[in-house]
Ligand binder design. Structure first.
Ligand SMILES: [Zn+2]
Length: 295
């Protein structure tokens, strides 16, 4: 099941590019399993089920796709590890199944270049990778692209060049040196912690705001600032960045989306004392209309 929401004049749709399974300990870092296992069930290999969450923001002029999932490049071993099917439909097909014309996508945003966020940018064909959205401009941050090519032993496994280099070479991918309003009301803004150059995306219209937190807050369980994934490169910075953005989300009554939550499409943020929690917007009396959509 997916879901749709209205934010001012924008329509926001969750497009889940599949589910995958990942080590629960890695997802929750220093948080003991006795705590996180109350929120997530594990399988026999201690993995938890997660989603590749992409969001489509539809404005009067633009179809903006945020993230593109893992795509077709993970090899057999990686697919086995994540319990991914050997062959999965491409993102254009997934969009079409949900009644979204893939041709209508004219902007693609990658918050960062880990394979699970940009894998559907391109698809393998013959000897190379071709753009999945030929008429779109793609955006990510230059520092992230440069870091991807450093191939640091800590995180090189997260980068697959075929997801972005063909688009940089053909001029379709724009590498940002600063925050940018990619279309009226849609902003990409630096939010370091998960890594140095990750960006979050806000879509603001007529006094309402949607925010996609990507891996700054990968699931609603990670709304608690100290719940930080083990693979974040700068965990203390994650906590600071997260707190700042959560304050804004509370103040602005934002509708929020998360990089990998397997169940929740949209939530609002509640602050009690110094702690933050995800809550349904209706419960907080915040007037966002969200509708579940059957695929
Ligand atoms: Zn991710």
């Amino acid at each position: 099941m997916t879901a749709r929401a209205t934010v001012g004049d924008f329509e926001i749709t969750l497009v889940r590019a599949g589910f995958y399974w990942w080590d629960g300990g890695a997802m929750f870092g220093v948080v003991p399993k006795t705590l996180w296992s109350k929120r997530f069930e594990t399988d026999e290999a201690n993995r938890v089920r997660l989603g590749f969450n992409c969001y489509l923001v539809r404005t009067a002029e633009h179809g903006i796709l945020i993230e593109t999932g893992a795509g077709d490049k993970p090899d057999h071993k990686a697919r086995e590890r994540m319990k991914l099917p050997e062959t999965a439909p491409g993102l254009p097909e997934i969009l079409a199944e949900q009644g979204i014309d893939p041709e209508s996508i004219d902007i693609v945003i990658n918050t960062h270049l880990h394979f699970d966020h940009c894998g559907g940018n391109t698809f393998l064909a013959g000897s190379g990778a071709r753009p999945a959205f030929p008429r779109a401009r793609y955006y990510t941050r230059r520092g992230e692209w440069e870091h991807a090519h450093e191939r640091h032993v800590r995180d090189r496994i997260s980068y697959i060049d075929a997801n972005y280099d063909p688009l940089v070479e053909n001029g379709q991918m724009h590498l940002l040196d600063a925050d940018l309003e990619v279309a009226p009301g849609i902003e990409m803004r630096l939010a370091p912690g998960h890594n140095r150059d990750m960006m979050v995306v806000t879509a603001a219209s007529a006094g309402q705001t949607f925010c996609f937190f990507s891996d700054l807050i990968p699931t609603t369980a990670h709304v608690t600032p100290s719940w930080v994934a083990a693979f974040d490169l700068y965990p203390l910075q994650t906590i600071d960045t997260k707190r700042r953005w959560l304050e804004d989300a509370v103040r602005g009554q934002w509708l929020c989306g998360f990089g990998h939550d397997p169940d929740v499409a949209f939530a609002c943020i509640k602050k009690t004392g110094q702690s933050f929690m995800a809550a349904s917007c209706a419960e907080l009396d915040i007037a966002h209309t969200t509708t579940p959509v059957l695929p």
